[in-house]
Design a protein around this ligand. Structure first.
Ligand SMILES: Nc1ncnc2c1ncn2[C@@H]1O[C@H](COP(=O)(O)OP(=O)(O)OP(=O)(O)O)[C@@H](O)[C@H]1O
Length: 278
């Protein structure tokens, strides 16, 4: 197989403690995971398991104390500021909350123009790119002159996705990007993520606490528990036949709407219990 785009090797993250002389808190330990070009790797786990911290480590926003994060073969875990700035075009982020992640005083066109201006993109080229982005995320053509508050949550998330795509990144860290949306909007935004991936071949590290979301979008799934990856593999295998006891509890307890999927889940569970001699 080709060299991975992102190759996280034995990474640990320690947050300094706020208490005087207390030991730092180890939020990640010995985490290894890789993401290939055009691939979506889902990161699932309960609250506090370290999903966001791993995404932040990739973005250079969490203190990596051990291990390596290779991006295109180069260690970026301890990259200096200049290198980080160069990487910022290649690794982008979409956050959970579309209500706070967009500057409320800028029009949509200004929001999308900002990263292009920072990179000195010629004006005509930037304008064309913005038109293309509108089309890609299916925003109405007149959206450019409006402010974020004039849009629904789903539309705001489309704007945030367009901004992340402006500089044609190779990887987007998606941190719970549909968790704040209602179910039908979630489904449409997930489809959009998939379509964009097909069109552009961008890779996603897709953080979510929601197994159904991860199952829907990911090629491979990593399960986090107490700062470690306890399972990592093909999405269908991990989600249908989890091996680690924590993953089994998580997956079999997760609510699931589709009756066919429910029946399949029951069957898998019986098979698994039978295989374990329970
Ligand atoms: N800046 C910080 N300083 C100290 N501890 C932190 C910091 N950020 C996160 N933590 C701790 O690190 C652990 C992992 O947090 P993280 O936010 O990565 O988990 P998560 O799986 O993304 O959870 P959630 O789904 O609730 O966002 C938690 O115990 C959290 O309290």
């Amino acid at each position: 197989m080709n060299e991975p785009l992102l190759d996280i090797q034995n990474v640990a993250v320690d947050y300094p403690s706020r208490r005087f002389r207390a030991r730092p808190f180890r939020a990640l330990q010995e985490v290894s995971l890789d993401v290939h070009r055009g691939e979506c790797v889902g990161l699932v786990g309960e609250s506090g398991s370290g999903k966001t911290t791993l995404g932040r480590a990739v973005l250079g926003l969490a203190p990596v104390t051990a291990g390596k994060i290779l991006f295109r073969g180069q260690d970026i875990a301890h990259a200096h500021r200049g290198r980080r700035r160069e990487l910022a075009a290649d690794i982008q982020v979409v956050f959970q909350d579309p209500y706070t992640s967009l500057n409320p005083s800028l029009t949509v066109e200004q929001i999308l123009a900002e990263p292009l201006t920072v990179r000195n993109t010629p004006r005509a080229e930037a304008q064309k790119r913005i038109r293309d982005l509108f089309e890609m995320v299916r925003l109405p053509a007149d959206a450019g002159s409006r402010l974020p508050r004039e849009f629904s949550g789903g539309q705001r998330q489309r704007i945030a996705i367009a901004r992340a795509l402006a500089l044609k990144p190779a990887l987007i860290v998606c941190d719970e990007p549909v968790s704040a949306l209602d179910l039908s909007t979630q489904a449409r935004v997930l489809e959009l993520f998939k379509d964009i991936q097909e069109q552009t071949h961008v890779a996603y590290l897709f953080v979510s606490h929601d197994l159904e979301v991860v199952r829907h979008i990911s090629h491979r799934v990593a399960v986090m528990y107490h700062g470690e990856i306890v399972e990592f593999g093909n999405g269908d295998q991990v989600t249908a036949r989890p091996q680690h006891p924590y993953t089994q509890r998580l997956f079999f307890a997760a609510p699931i709407a589709d009756p066919d999927a429910q029946a399949q889940r029951r069957e898998e569970r019986h098979r698994l219990l039978a295989a374990q001699g329970a």
